[in-house]
Design a protein around this ligand. Structure first.
Ligand code: GLN
Length: 192
């Protein structure tokens, strides 16, 4: 059966998420990937991607567009990267972000220090047979996770990949670079 994925399209690397999910779903007839800007667009979605970008800006736009409660109540799976990871947390070190509380974890923004803008690392991710080339851009880390959250990858700075039920959050950008193994892992998780 086809899968319907929405990509929160308020700010950030929306086009890259749409392209990556379209690619990951190309072998599943009847699937679609659509941008999401208002609460009504959530109807019928199996999953939602929350992109990288600027979490303070995305957070402000979520509230302004009347999406805050609707996103908190979304019952599908959430695939969140970078700024998206900040937004899905329940505790964030920056009061300008109103976190959605979808994953019980504490997240620290820009956790690599101001001088480190971006970095690539070959990362061991639980569930993947081979390491993943992860691109970090002014990335957050999770410093603490609650019960039921599975840590999928960790570096000295903190937790950089986590799963909680059908939700997955990454401090890096699996939507960049063409390696879709984490998208496939996420899509498989929607079926259980
Ligand atoms: N530093 C950004 C934030 O906290 C996230 C950066 C990104 O998404 N690439 O909002």
């Amino acid at each position: 059966m086809g899968v319907k994925v929405g990509v929160l399209a308020l700010q950030g690397d929306v086009a890259e998420h749409i392209a990556a999910f379209r690619d990951a779903l190309s072998d599943r007839p009847g699937s679609s990937v659509v941008p999401l800007r208002k609460a009504a667009d959530l109807a019928g979605l199996d999953a939602l991607a929350i992109p990288g970008g600027e979490s303070t800006t995305i957070s402000r736009l979520i509230v302004k567009n009347g999406l805050y409660e609707a996103l908190r109540e979304f019952e599908g799976g959430v695939f969140a990267t970078c700024a998206g990871m900040v937004l899905t947390a329940d505790r964030v070190d920056d009061t300008r972000v109103r976190p959605l509380g979808l994953i019980p974890m504490r997240v620290e923004r820009n956790a690599f220090g101001r001088q480190v803008d971006s970095r690539e690392a070959l990362l061991e991710v639980k569930g993947l047979a081979e390491p993943f080339r992860a691109v970090f851009i002014r990335a957050p880390v999770a410093t603490e996770v609650g019960p039921g959250v599975e840590v999928l990858a960790r570096i000295p700075e903190g937790i950089v990949a986590a799963r909680s039920g059908r939700h997955m959050a990454f401090a890096f950008h699996p939507e960049l670079g063409g390696d879709l193994r984490l998208h496939r892992m996420f899509l498989q998780g929607l079926e259980v």
